[in-house]
Design a protein around this ligand. Sequence first.
Ligand code: GLN
Length: 485
Amino acid sequence: MELHQFTIHALQEKIRNGEVSALQIAESVFSRIDAVEGRIHSYIRLMKEEAMASAARADEGIQKGDIQPLTGIPIALKDIVCTRGIPTTCGSRMLHQFVPPYNATAVEKLAAAGAIFVGKANMDEFAMGSSTETSYFGPTRNPWDLERIPGGSSGGSATAVAADECIASIGSDTGGSIRQPAALCGVVGMKPTYGRVSRFGLIAFASSLDQIGPLTKDVEDCAIMMNVLAGYDPKESTSVKAEVPDYRQFVGRDIKGWKIGIPKEYFIDGIDPEVSAAVAKTIETVRQCGASIVEISLPHTKYCVAVYYIIAPAEASSNLARYDGVRYGFRAADARDLSEMYQKTRRQGFGAEVKRRIMIGTYALSAGYYDAYYGKASQVRALIRRDFDEAFARCDVVLTPTTPTPAFKIGEKTDDPLQMYLSDIFTISANLAGIPGISVPCGFSTSGLPIGVQFLAGHFEEGKLLQAASAYEKSAAVEKRRPAL
Ligand code: GLN
């Protein structure tokens, strides 16, 4: 095995034993990038110079015995988190030359934990999409089949991990953008509880839904990343002052006697039969791990996509009002007056999907429509949340497919926004309810595409998710494969 193929915890051990240096790991990752990045396009920007300098500094620290949880570990950052002095584009022409004057808290925390930043990962424009095709910088390709999408919007964060172009990464999840690409690329992805991870410096899409979380090669790495990322931040008013457990303690524990809830509303017609089969096998494995299966009902599931596509665009239209060509970001040339400058800037700066969301959102919030749309959607959202409260009174975690199908072809859904929106049919509910969710690999289709299973838990129960996911992972029911690149 080469160094770029290892997990965080395996590399940590090698660093502690003095077996490898941070520089060797960084060199291995960048040589892998040289070999495969041209075919995949995980990154909008690579940070090789900065990474090599931090690796050299990490090695000096290691010599003195200073080893932090991520010392010497190459990490990719979705290009939606602000990095001081380094362009942060959000996948958009609007911000293609934007250089933030500060770091996101997540970036600060990763840096303080010793992480080496490899680069800024590609994404759907402003995180709106499920395929990474709406990026201003061109699409990312799925390492398991280069003709297919990697999922989105954190597509580059997922492919970078799957193709060993980093050891772990962070993404953001508003309706599934960490879990869906994780599933389609065969890696682990967690959306933490709303308020668990600070969003200071995360470019806002839909503020009542957005969360930052990790994408990793296994469940233990997910726990290590969560240990670094989680916690209260005085700079972020929605971050919660709740104690952060050591997430690593949940890894490796069994789930004997646990109740696993299977919501009947998530096993519907239209799911790809290979996904159904893989998830059915997962349920069987979980049972063999000593858990019992309880059928539950989340009756308001059928409204999730509709509610999401009112709330998310409404909040987006408000958040994106700041891109006016005046304060920062792109400004169109040749405008005769202020109004024309606004119009041209927004027409040229945003892509089609972002404009669609802004129009939907502006309509839903306009005078006379608020009650019928945003107000109504918020009421239904409360019911969706209550469904989960009732479910978690009956089971420890809920198990569902992460996505209805494996990765689809590039271009297959770009002309059909509704079909694209349905990619997130199983992931959106967690964002609406504010609960945590994790996607873990659970098998492959006959054509060799990864399939993911999702576990959901109550608020601040990330530990339970890690425990369930790690028990399942340890059962070795899922074959370990690597994409043939
Ligand atoms: N695919 C969903 C959307 O387009 C979710 C995106 C996300 O989680 N950022 O809105």
